[in-house]
Design a protein around this ligand. Structure first.
Ligand SMILES: Nc1ncnc2c1ncn2[C@@H]1O[C@H](COP(=O)(O)OP(=O)(O)OP(=O)(O)O)[C@@H](O)[C@H]1O
Length: 384
């Protein structure tokens, strides 16, 4: 969708802002550009909507060389969100959002109707906020209006330059979550500039890690965190990259252990093969668990002695969520279900399996193979 071919930008004073950049952003992909101040992220972005012209190389949008497209026409295809939102102070929130469609010839009433829908989409009730002026909004609310306005003309591409940079960390995380949710339905092609590696990892389908004017690594968040391409990237992503990886590594079915399973209406087994068993209902959905102790103590059916299971997650949730769930419920394992098939039980994740999943995914990313194909060297226990 967006393709850079050997693009450089040199200023008259000799500064090379961007140096021989080649990369591609696929349709519907959210790519974060991350790196320290002055490394060329903003320059890269502004070359896409021709606010800056490259000195060398070519940029393609949907196959068209953008140097041949009239900048005004080009910008209609590209939404632009910046940190200092740049709302018109004398226009209401609704009119700010409706500006671009109105300029593009949409009738005012229609444009305002669409603007109201968009405000709703970004979490601002148009009835409450529509008639306010920008100065009557909080920083986070202003950013939301900025996003709504950029979406107003329904452009296939969004450029976002530190859009959540000016708000406090709590609001920022909230805006990130909402934007991810929005992106799931909108599927825009997004270039997102940030200097915050946490934000880059959280939002990006892929991350471009910038050194001085160059991309040092362009890969998925788990790959960048698990196998930094250079010492510079390793340093930039931080010494806690193993922990960061937990949040971008999903639980896969192959990570799970299969414990003994009993059904609700089974007679209570006197002996279990383990200290506990998972209890399922007639549809093989998760109900709870049964301890060996309770099984021995009672008579009747499993139903009489089963405990409800609070510590569970859908497959695909992150290993970080799995770890948090274990800690929250003080549980030695969590159940994993398939939400797509009404909660069918798939297996359990233990701390040992979680560690193994993390090691396996790191090795898989480093070797570019599926996680299930990785043969792990066993970690010998310290105490046997
Ligand atoms: N008009 C200009 N003339 C000379 N140098 C410039 C000009 N505009 C930008 N630069 C330089 O180009 C380099 C890249 O700037 P750019 O704004 O792309 O960085 P950035 O990665 O977005 O930084 P930040 O995170 O601080 O916004 C910087 O060294 C900057 O000083």
């Amino acid at each position: 969708m967006i393709r850079f071919e050997h693009v450089s930008k040199r200023y008259a004073d000799g500064t090379t802002a961007v140096d021989d950049l080649s990369f591609e952003v696929n349709e519907g992909e959210l790519v974060t550009l991350v790196g320290p101040s002055g490394c060329g992220k903003t320059t890269t972005m502004k070359m896409v909507n021709r606010l800056i012209e490259p000195t060398e190389g070519r940029i393609f949008l949907d196959g068209d060389d953008i140097s041949g497209i009239d900048p005004v026409q080009l910008r209609r295809r590209i939404g632009y969100v910046i940190q200092q939102v740049g709302l018109f102070p004398h226009k209401s929130v609704l009119d700010n959002t409706a500006t671009v469609p109105h300029l593009l010839g949409v009738k005012r009433a229609k444009a305002r109707e669409r603007a109201a829908e968009l405000l709703d989409l970004v979490g601002l009730d148009p009835k409450v906020f529509g008639d306010r002026y920008p100065e009557q909004l909080s920083g986070g609310q202003r950013q939301r209006v900025g996003v709504a306005r950029a979406l107003a003309a329904d452009p296939p591409v969004l450029l976002m330059d530190e859009p959540f940079g000016a708000v406090d960390p709590v609001v920022r995380e909230h805006l990130q979550t909402e934007f991810l949710r929005l992106q799931q339905t909108l599927n825009k092609t997004v270039l997102f500039v940030t200097h915050d590696i946490e934000e880059a990892v959280r939002l990006g389908d892929r991350i471009a890690v910038y050194g001085q004017g160059r991309i040092e690594q362009y890969d998925t968040p788990p790959a960048v965190l698990g196998a930094p391409a250079t010492p510079y990237v390793a340093d930039f992503v931080g010494a806690d990259r193993g922990l960061k990886r937990l949040s971008v590594t999903p639980i896969e079915e192959g990570d799970l252990e299969q414990p003994p399973v009993v059904h609700l209406d089974d007679p209570l087994p006197r002996e279990l093969d383990a200290r506990w068993a998972v209890v399922l209902d007639d549809d093989n959905n998760l109900h709870g668990w049964l301890s060996a102790e309770h099984a021995r103590a009672g008579g009747g059916t499993v139903r009489d002695q089963a405990r409800r299971m609070e510590a569970w997650l859908p497959v695909g949730a992150s290993l970080k969520q799995a770890f948090a769930t274990m800690l929250q419920h003080d549980a030695g394992w969590i159940a994993v279900i398939d939400e797509d098939s009404q909660g069918r039980f798939l297996g359990v994740l233990t701390p040992a399996r979680l560690h193994e999943a993390l090691r396996r995914s790191t090795a898989a990313d480093a070797r570019d193979i599926p996680r299930a194909e990785v043969e792990l060297e066993t970690v010998a226990p310290l105490i046997t």
